[in-house]
Design a protein around this ligand. Structure first.
Ligand code: FE
Length: 195
């Protein structure tokens, strides 16, 4: 400390840094808004359908998708978004004996990048509470009756981890990837429907 307590230059420097931070903050806010707009404009079930159709036609892609959802999305130029906190994508595949359903029991966590905004029923307390206790009953209310031998697993999404159901490929004579994608429904990707 100098005797005459000359903090002038320090104060000036602090103000300068503050101004820079403020300018930077505004810049970040604008960039964030722009990124968010672009993200929401692209977020729809069509993205999830693209991912699923690719997995159906390319078994190696399906393997990579199930092993590391986020990395596989990048191959298609997609990402989970999520801003500050990156979202982990876990893809769960339906089989002849396994069916998967997604929920967020706590609130409404959902893979928005791949499905767009969530439907109202997904956020309802009735769905969140009941699908865990009685998945078969809830699925039946959606018109989805699964054979008794099919085991149903309910995946509880969180801020960090989001789930996407990989439905079984419908038994139709279609092999074109875009045509296959058109067969994929939002509820099929949530697991409340089969295709
Ligand atoms: Fe949630």
């Amino acid at each position: 400390m100098s005797e005459h307590h000359d903090d002038g230059p320090v104060a000036a420097q602090t103000r300068h840094v503050e101004a820079l931070l403020e300018a930077r903050g505004l810049l970040d806010a604008v960039e964030l808004d722009r990124a968010l707009e672009a993200f929401l404009a692209g977020a729809s079930p069509a993205q999830g359908a693209r991912v699923v159709a690719r997995a159906w036609v390319e078994p190696e892609f399906q393997d990579r998708l199930l092993a590391d959802g986020n990395a596989a999305l990048e191959e298609l130029g997609l990402s989970m978004g999520g801003g500050i906190q990156p979202q982990r994508l876990k893809v769960v595949a339906n089989t002849e004996t396994e069916h998967n359903v997604i929920v967020c029991t706590l609130c409404s966590c959902y893979p928005i990048a791949l499905l767009g905004p969530s439907p109202t029923w997904y956020k309802s307390e009735a769905y969140r509470a009941r699908v865990v206790r009685d998945p078969r009953g809830v699925l039946a209310e959606f018109g989805t009756e699964l054979p008794e031998h099919v085991r149903i697993t309910v995946w509880d999404a969180s801020a960090e981890t989001r789930y996407l159901v990989l439905p079984r490929r419908p038994a139709v004579p279609v092999s074109d990837e875009a045509e296959l994608a058109a067969l994929v429904t939002r509820n099929g990707l949530i697991g409340t429907a089969v295709l």
